[in-house]
Ligand binder design. Structure first.
Ligand code: 5GP
Ligand code: ZN
Length: 142
């Protein structure tokens, strides 16, 4: 079901133009209007779901099933040296469009425009802490 205020639903419907990379009955892929690197592509399900929390497993399966083919197409077209996949969920995590999407960001080496700064906190957690945390998360799996 399309969501009336959703720009990605409007793109799927053709009401907003896009540079379409791929389309089938379940999935639509198009170039991000703000290209981080050349070939930066968004892959979205045709079903409107807000983000990863609300994505039924069948929609996730169909969505991710297309990603390797599209990634390989970008690789064949532009010969990047690597590729990052990114999925932002909720505004504090930089989600700005609330229709789930996977960013495919081809990489061309240092200074290509993409950056992700991870401050790792390995020393803050003992192996026992990690076991406790894993059990806490596991107990919430529905
Ligand atoms: P988010 O920040 O939610 O992970 O990513 C949303 C992405 O959608 C942004 O990178 C933004 O450039 C892209 N975007 C937003 N509006 C449009 C649009 O109308 N057309 C296209 N092609 N991309 C869009
Ligand atoms: Zn939508």
């Amino acid at each position: 079901m399309a969501h009336e205020d959703c720009i990605f639903c409007k793109i799927i419907a053709g009401d907003i133009p896009s540079a379409k990379v791929y389309e089938d009955d379940q999935v639509y892929a198009f170039l991000d209007i703000s290209q981080v690197t050349k070939g930066h592509t968004l892959v979205i399900p045709k079903t409107h779901v807000k983000n990863i929390y609300e994505t039924p497993s069948e929609v996730a399966s169909e969505l991710f099933a297309r990603v390797p083919r599209i990634a390989n197409a970008i690789k064949a077209a532009y010969k990047p040296v690597g590729m990052n996949l990114l999925n932002n969920n909720e505004a504090p995590a930089d989600q700005s469009v609330f229709h789930i999407h996977i960013h495919l960001i081809p990489r061309y080496g240092e200074g290509d425009g993409y950056s992700s700064n991870w401050n790792v906190h390995t020393e803050d957690y003992t192996p026992e802490d990690l076991q406790t945390m894993a059990a806490e998360i596991n107990s919430e799996i529905k």
